[in-house]
Design a binder for this molecule. Structure first.
Ligand SMILES: Nc1ncnc2c1ncn2[C@@H]1O[C@H](COP(=O)(O)OP(=O)(O)OP(=O)(O)O)[C@@H](O)[C@H]1O
Ligand SMILES: [Mg+2]
Length: 326
């Protein structure tokens, strides 16, 4: 039996940002934000994308949305490589992939009413008549657990959790097939985080949403994601089905990240593994394996070769040459 075709297939995605050169410097420098990243997301799947600050998570999200152009690589969505689509054709694609942000209203007009903000995407894409759009806004507000009257109010009148519900309604308004949720609960209190995560879980089941869920630490995605991708300094370290990743991490970086997460699991208690030293500069990342400068298992050869992401068990991939650890 062949595997089903993924909804999103990212191959060799690379994004480098040019750094402003010093006067008279002949060397052009780049921030290596994302380096040769490959992964796929199946229809109806929720995939977590986890890593420390600066590991390249948002850049991947923004490149998939084509808010920024990739330096290299393919982004195949539903059979079409959108990494190289002309602007005009990209417009039609914009609707299919939507983003939910950490602060959904940071970039929106605070003088617009919630109803207008939710309907904006429908208007841009010419969906429905004004009356149909108003009805749809009411339906969407109900779907995210808010009353229809919310449409007449302003974003600042709502709490953080409610604002995130409005952000989700806004993303859903154009019936996307894929949602990139970039740390949607990071700014919320823990109790409110659980409510918003539950809402996303319900919506996933109700609407069959496909979600790439970006988070800083592994605890947020533990109960929500089918699979988890762990990143460090622009590269994928490990990909695994959720249960396997938490029960039997196979990459030294995942091991360290898990041991740092505040989990109430006695088995994991007291095994806190601290990575040595600071995170290197993404302008001049280490040769070979990017983790090697901080890895307690590093061998001399780790400086020589970039470890390929290889499958070590069905659906479980790691980028580490050592199989005699963990
Ligand atoms: N527009 C830009 N110009 C230059 N460098 C950038 C730009 N956007 C991101 N970077 C750099 O690319 C790297 C990856 O950034 P990115 O925001 O993708 O990380 P992240 O994993 O989302 O981090 P965080 O958890 O803090 O949100 C960082 O070193 C960042 O400074
Ligand atoms: Mg980010």
């Amino acid at each position: 039996m062949s595997a089903p075709i993924p909804l999103l297939d990212v191959r060799g995605l690379t994004k480098r940002f040019p750094v402003k050169a010093k006067p008279f410097s002949r060397q052009k420098k780049f921030v290596h934000a994302v380096e040769d990243v490959s992964f796929s997301v199946g229809r109806g799947e929720v995939v977590g994308l986890v890593g420390e600050s600066g590991s390249g998570k948002t850049t991947i999200g923004r490149t998939i949305m084509r808010l920024t152009d990739p330096t290299a690589g393919q982004i195949v969505y539903d059979g079409t490589d959108i990494a190289h689509l002309p602007r005009r054709q990209m417009m039609a694609f914009r609707r299919k992939i939507q983003m939910v942000f950490q602060d959904p209203f940071a970039s929106l007009n605070p003088r617009s009413k919630v109803g207008e903000l939710i309907a904006e995407g429908m208007e841009i894409h010419g969906i429905g008549t004004p009356a149909e759009r108003r009805a749809e806004v009411s339906r969407l507000l109900g779907l995210v657990g808010l009353s229809a009257e919310a449409a007449q109010r302003f974003p600042h009148e709502f709490s953080g959790g409610q604002r995130q519900r409005i952000g989700i309604a806004r993303a859903l308004a154009v019936s996307p097939g894929f949602i990139v949720a970039d740390e949607p609960v990071s700014a919320l209190d823990v109790s409110v985080q659980a409510q918003v995560l539950n809402l996303l879980q319900d919506l996933k089941e109700q609407l069959g949403l496909t979600i790439l869920f970006i988070a800083h630490d592994l605890s947020v995605v533990e109960h929500f994601c089918d699979r988890v991708i762990v990143m460090y300094l622009g590269r994928i370290m490990e990909i695994a089905p959720r249960e396997r990743l938490y029960a039997a991490p196979k990459h030294p970086y995942t091991e360290a990240l898990l041991s740092a997460a505040p989990v109430p699991d006695p088995d994991r208690e007291g095994k806190r593994i601290v990575l040595e030293g600071d995170i290197p500069s993404p302008i001049n990342p280490p040769s070979g394996c990017v983790l090697r400068t901080r890895c307690r298992y590093a061998l001399p050869e780790c400086a020589q070769i970039v470890p390929p992401l290889r499958e070590i068990a069905p659906g479980h991939l790691k980028a580490c040459i050592r199989d005699d650890i963990l």
